[in-house]
Design a protein around this ligand. Structure first.
Ligand code: 5GP
Length: 228
């Protein structure tokens, strides 16, 4: 009846640091085998929990600037003093294979992606409160007090940008937040603009035949009744 677009969906997820965005995305990847998280390149220092090549590809500031010149990035930004960029690389390839691609990027990058791919799904994750966010950052123990203050100020500004996104999910209870993001992506797959073709798959003669078959079955039932 319906032929859907085969290409995967581009999903852009943003959130201030300390919103548990990473955990939401991990949960989402566990639920969906046909989903891929793009690995960004950054010039920021490696944190304790980082795995090079998995959480990010780490390069120096100079190496990053060289990559910019080589047109390596789909988008990039300077966030809290460090470069972050989405490599063009395998994104188109994955989408063409029908795999959904997640970009975990901040708002400036998301706004650049919106210009390039307006049909992408833009999801913003919020903490239940800014106090919770600061507590989570403190608990993570990877940033200095000054850096946490800087992240708080950035988050304060970022939260006002939420209306530029298509969806907002508050990450209070992790499982609920994962379910909500998952539901958003599944609902987006049913959008009518993802339909490539609508066609009638049954001819009138076939319906006649089906109705005749029903009559025969009915007759047989009657015979059976008589024998009883
Ligand atoms: P963090 O230092 O906490 O890992 O990341 C800081 C911010 O950079 C986060 O909001 C994260 O989503 C964002 N970010 C990570 N990779 C990219 C990227 O490739 N492009 C952009 N624009 N932002 C990114």
């Amino acid at each position: 009846m319906i032929k859907e677009k085969k290409s995967g969906q581009l999903i852009v997820i943003s959130a201030p640091s300390g919103c548990g965005k990473g955990s939401v995305i991990n949960g989402l990847l566990k639920k969906n085998k046909n989903m891929w998280l793009s690995v960004s390149t950054t010039s920021r220092k490696i944190r304790q929990n980082d795995i090079p090549g998995v959480t990010y590809n780490f390069v120096t500031k100079e190496e990053f600037e060289k990559l910019i010149k080589e047109d390596f990035f789909l988008e990039y930004t300077n966030y809290v003093g460090n470069y972050y960029g989405t490599p063009k690389g395998s994104i188109r390839e994955k989408l063409n294979e029908g795999i959904d691609v997640i970009l975990e990027i901040e708002i400036e990058g998301a706004s650049n992606i919106k210009k390039l791919v307006p049909e992408a799904i833009f999801i913003f994750i919020l903490p239940p409160s800014l106090k919770t966010m600061v507590k989570r950052l403190k608990k993570r123990g990877t940033d200095s007090k000054e850096k946490i203050m800087e992240r708080f100020h950035t988050a304060y500004k970022e939260i006002n940008e939420v209306t530029k996104y298509n969806y907002v999910v508050v990450n209070d209870i992790l499982e609920d937040a994962i379910d909500k993001v998952d539901a958003i992506i599944k609902a987006e797959k049913c959008r009518v603009d993802r339909i490539e073709e609508v066609f009638v798959d049954t001819k009138e003669e076939e319906v006649h035949e089906l109705l005749m078959e029903d009559d025969k079955e009915f007759e047989n039932e009657n015979i059976a009744e008589k024998i009883d």
